[in-house]
Ligand binder design. Structure first.
Ligand code: ADP
Ligand code: MG
Length: 223
């Protein structure tokens, strides 16, 4: 049987001498799960996502991606892992504002030194941003910007998307639309989604809910 996409075991993160931000967090993420990590502001959601994505390191515990522990990896190996397996989506979109929507999607190709074999066009269509492909990113709406950011995160066909409060700057209608885009990524491309939110109502779209509270995690549901 294939190992879980993400296996987190007894993860602890402490910042110098303070109470642990994450205190023995353990859970598994399976292929094509849509995991909602939720909890109040300050409960450690961003810290957890950054550790999963290899942007930060835990104080102790283990985390494995596709069965391989990332704990001992060098910075270079973590950078390669991110490039090949992980797409990031943020609350404030992180687009390059002077570039067009299309150029933002082309950026990951430059880093991975790949040629566009039709991927940009495919994702512009799938994520419903083909009509604004030639608009600059500073001219588009929040909902369009987040769809662009999701499409960009999908360019290298990542195994996992880590989305940190991706609907935090959007109204309800656009938030709903963005959640549908993550479902589309799961269903059409087989991407596994881990989404952090302080909004429990968003968590209802997930296959698993992980509630972070005072440093520990509780698996609340499995759909
Ligand atoms: N680099 C850091 N140094 C010290 N404390 C930090 C650092 N990053 C986050 N924290 C603290 O860790 C806790 C969790 O933060 P965070 O993961 O951003 O929570 P959330 O994303 O759920 O709002 C907060 O108390 C925050 O102040
Ligand atoms: Mg956060």
């Amino acid at each position: 049987m294939a190992p879980p996409v993400i296996a987190i075991k007894d993860l602890v993160k402490t910042y110098d001498g303070r109470q642990p931000v994450l205190n023995s967090v353990s859970f598994l993420v399976d292929d094509r799960d849509f995991v909602a990590v939720y909890g109040k502001s300050g409960c450690g959601k961003t810290t957890l996502l950054n550790i999963i994505g290899g942007l930060d390191r835990p104080s102790s515990g283990d985390i494995a991606i596709d069965g391989m522990s990332i704990i001992g990896l060098t910075e270079d190996a973590l950078a390669t892992l991110r490039l090949e397996k992980i797409g990031f989506v943020f609350q404030d979109y992180n687009l390059l504002l002077d570039l067009t929507v299309r150029e933002n999607l082309e950026l990951p190709l430059r880093f991975s030194k790949k040629k566009d074999a039709g991927r940009v066009g495919e994702l512009l269509e799938k994520f419903d941003i083909a009509d604004i492909a030639d608009e600059r990113a500073n001219k588009i709406s929040g909902g369009e910007a987040q769809r662009t950011a999701i499409a960009r995160a999908m360019m290298n066909n990542p195994r996992i998307i880590l989305a940190d409060e991706p609907t935090g700057n959007l109204d309800d209608e656009n938030a709903e639309n963005v959640i549908e885009m993550f479902q589309l990524a799961r269903k059409e491309f087989g991407t596994t989604i881990v989404l952090a939110t302080h909004d429990p109502s968003l968590a209802s779209h997930s296959t698993k809910r992980i509630r972070l509270m005072e440093g520990s995690a509780e698996l609340e549901s499995q759909g």
